[in-house]
Design a protein. Structure first.
Length: 94
């Protein structure tokens, strides 16, 4: 079975970007000091981040977490810069 689901770029509380273009500018200025959360190597969130960063020519540090709950907590606390996750999980934060 194949399906499609929208993903959301959610940024941490320490990132002022309000759009993808603003985030790209932020990430390029910060270089490899940018960190992106994902829910484990090979997970959908990890593969989303790898594809996004490959296309955008970014080289962030990937930080693995055990699921979306801890990631959203880390985003809110400003411990990570960004996360590409399922819209259904992330929209309640906005």
């Amino acid at each position: 079975m194949l399906g499609a689901t929208p993903i959301t770029l959610t940024v941490g509380s320490g990132v002022t970007a309000k759009s993808v273009l603003e985030f790209l500018k932020f990430a390029r200025e910060k270089g490899d000091a940018v960190n992106m959360a994902h829910s484990g190597n090979g997970s959908g969130a990890h593969l989303n981040a790898v594809l996004f960063n490959s296309v955008a020519k970014l080289q962030p540090t990937y930080i693995p977490f055990q699921g979306a709950g801890p990631i959203l907590t880390a985003l809110t606390a400003g411990q990570v810069d960004a996360y590409l996750g399922l819209t259904s999980t992330d929209v309640p934060l906005h």
